[in-house]
Design a protein around this ligand. Structure first.
Ligand SMILES: Cc1ncc(COP(=O)(O)O)c(C=O)c1O
Length: 402
């Protein structure tokens, strides 16, 4: 579309999409990982930031932003009275150059939750189902529910990959196939060739939404090449995980320009926090950050797995910053008994009721986790009735039509 008013690109996109969002008349909440973490099992106490609580329940990065990102964000605070469009365009340019994409194939958002929800509401509907893995990251199911789309949950394979053939068979009417690799909550991978098979064999008019929120912790091969090739693929990335910026809010979505424009119609493209933009750009310039954090996470994860093996506890081997641990009993009581020791672990997926998800924290945190888990498994610490505060947000009220 002609840019008659000479509006810079970031503002122009927001401006154009406002009217479309308003006329769609759609209102729904964005569901995020901490909301899910809190709703299903416990509310994190308000003083958890300061009372030494160990928070390994929401797949956050305990290291926080890298040193250069912290400096860049702090230096940006004094500019906080200004809007940020040129900084947004700078980050888009950097990301596009890094991936060999055109500017029109990249958007940045305050986190990847927004484009995740908007992609689902754009391509799923009352007539077109949302097909996802089980257990899988739940946020998209809530977005599908908001537009009346049927949610189809397909069990992972024996090797904990997405079962793309079963997903295709289950979704002849699909609008969206959601693939999260490494998967949240299992930290297991789905191969590039399987995703390619899904893309080549999916029903006409559907999209494959690939969530690579955790990819930098693993050796998985990205599907960025499928975006580059102009396939019906929407790829999500976030600075919340390996970059440790969950609270600063920055994410990106990569896809064909026509797909990105459709997604924008469901909520516009909001101004970005300038501290997040500064921190993201600085992180990308730090060549050591990713390999160092990947190594730290893998080392700690490996130590925890070795400990679990030595002690005979069952878990699903993961390539990410989280893994599923089998309590060999309904996991809620184990989660509550951990909380009693001020250690907050993740939620339960109904398909695997004896498992709880553990986020890989720092080495000292994981040592405390081990001591506490041992106590829970031996029965030395048990959950006491009423000790855990009740749910603040009841997400269970949302109906998932399977
Ligand atoms: C699989 C997955 N996708 C997307 C997100 C969204 O993260 P954010 O909105 O912080 O970028 C999360 C958060 O935990 C996640 O686990």
């Amino acid at each position: 579309m002609a840019n008659d008013l000479n509006i810079p690109s970031a503002s122009r996109r927001t401006f154009l999409s406002l009217s479309a969002a308003a006329s769609a008349g759609l209102a729904f909440g964005i569901v995020t990982e901490p909301m899910l973490a809190n709703a299903r099992v416990h509310n994190l106490p308000k003083d958890a930031m300061s009372n030494g609580a160990i928070r390994i329940d929401a797949n956050e990065n305990p290291l926080g932003p890298g040193a250069s990102a912290r400096e860049a964000a702090a230096a940006m605070v004094s500019q906080g009275g200004r809007y940020s469009d040129w900084l947004t365009d700078d980050l888009v340019k950097t990301l596009a150059e890094m991936e060999g994409l055109k500017l029109e194939q990249v958007r940045v958002y305050p986190g990847s939750s927004e484009p995740l929800h908007h992609a689902v509401t754009t391509f799923a509907s009352g007539q077109r189902s949302y097909v996802t893995a089980d257990p899988g990251y739940e946020a998209g199911m809530f977005a599908a529910n908001a537009v009346g789309a049927k949610v189809v949950k397909v069990p992972l394979t024996k090797s904990y990959a997405h079962d793309v053939k079963a997903m295709l068979a289950a979704g002849p009417d699909a609008g969206v196939f959601y693939i999260c690799t490494p998967n949240n909550p299992t930290g297991t991978l789905t191969s590039h060739s399987d995703i390619e098979y899904l893309v080549e064999n999916k029903p006409k008019g559907s999209v494959v939404l690939v969530d690579e929120a955790y990819i930098h912790f693993s050796d998985a091969i990205s599907v960025m090449d499928l975006v580059k090739a102009g396939k019906d693929v929407i790829l999500l990335r976030t600075f919340s995980k390996i970059y440790g910026m969950a609270g600063l809010r920055c994410g990106a979505v990569y896809a064909r320009p026509d797909l990105l424009e459709k997604i924008e119609n469901y909520g516009g493209w909001n101004a970005m926090p300038i501290t997040a933009l500064a921190a993201a750009s600085a992180s990308l310039k730090d060549a050591q950050l990713l390999p160092e954090r990947k190594r730290i996470n893998a080392n700690i994860r490996g130590q925890v797995f070795a400990w679990l093996d030595r002690n005979g506890y069952a878990y699903v081997p993961s390539e990410s910053n989280c893994f599923m641990l089998d309590a060999k009993r309904p996991a809620k009581a184990a989660i509550d008994a951990m909380a009693k020791q001020n250690i907050f672990v993740g939620r339960i997926w109904p398909a695997w009721p004896t498992y709880t998800r553990i986020t890989v924290g720092t080495a000292p945190e994981m040592e405390q986790f081990q001591v506490a888990w041992q106590k829970v498994m031996s029965g030395a610490v048990v959950a006491s009735a009423g000790a855990i505060p009740s749910r603040k947000r009841n997400l269970d009220g949302i109906v998932i039509r399977a």
